[in-house]
Design a protein around this ligand. Structure first.
Ligand SMILES: [Zn+2]
Length: 211
């Protein structure tokens, strides 16, 4: 069986998405790219995280061909693929539908630097234009918003996608972005939040790089 370690991580982190309330039932998907083997391990389509066995995880190549597995890969495979093709610093992708991030995504708005921890994404969390789930157009829209600058993107009327050099980092980004989304939502309900300036955020991002 190919990519056994990656398969185990997909199972383990899929359960973490449920535990941490980042997604529900079969919502969302996650993958790990083994750059050396040029293979992607991705969660299967429409199987709840609690029921996924490691043999259900699908192994794909960067060209989009299935290499191993009896199940169908996640419907959002294109979303994962376009990021691995274009970001050499990324080896894991997590897509979820967490409540606060998705609330803001349904307003088609971005998350500004309302708290310094937004630096986990970059200067902000941009919002990608809407396209139907599973479509190549959605993958294109997401990568257009993400580029090489951000580790997180809201997907209009849909959810959140985060990336990292490994699956643990990609999960951290998801949790921190959801926290910032909640803060933004709550401060907006209360009054108008004070947004950090580009200069203030630049300092945070520089400190993060040295950290
Ligand atoms: Zn989705």
């Amino acid at each position: 069986m190919l990519l056994i370690k990656e398969r185990q991580f997909i199972k383990e982190y899929g359960l973490k998405l449920l535990e941490k309330g980042l997604t529900k039932a079969t919502g969302g998907n996650l993958s790990i790219y083994n750059r050396k083997e040029n293979l992607i391990a991705i969660s299967p389509s429409a199987i709840s995280y609690k029921k996924i066995n490691i043999e259900d995880i699908v192994i794909m190549n960067l060209e989009g061909e299935k290499v191993e597995g009896n199940k169908k890969p996640s419907t959002e495979f294109q979303l994962h693929r376009i990021i691995y093709k274009n970001r050499r610093d990324v080896n894991a992708v997590i897509h979820t539908h967490p409540t606060y991030s998705t609330t803001i995504a349904c307003l088609n708005e971005e998350i500004p630097p309302v708290h310094y921890l937004i630096a986990y994404s970059g200067y902000k969390v941009p919002c990608a234009n809407y396209a139907a789930f599973g479509s190549k157009k959605l993958a294109k829209n997401v990568y257009k918003a993400m580029g090489k600058k951000y580790n997180a993107v809201l997907m209009a009327n849909h959810g959140l996608i985060t990336v990292g050099e490994n699956i643990e980092k990609a999960l951290n980004v998801s949790e921190v972005v959801e926290y910032c989304a909640e803060l933004y939502y709550r401060t907006k309900n209360f009054s108008e939040p004070k947004i950090l300036s580009k200069k203030q955020m630049k300092k945070v991002i520089n400190n993060f790089e040295d950290y």
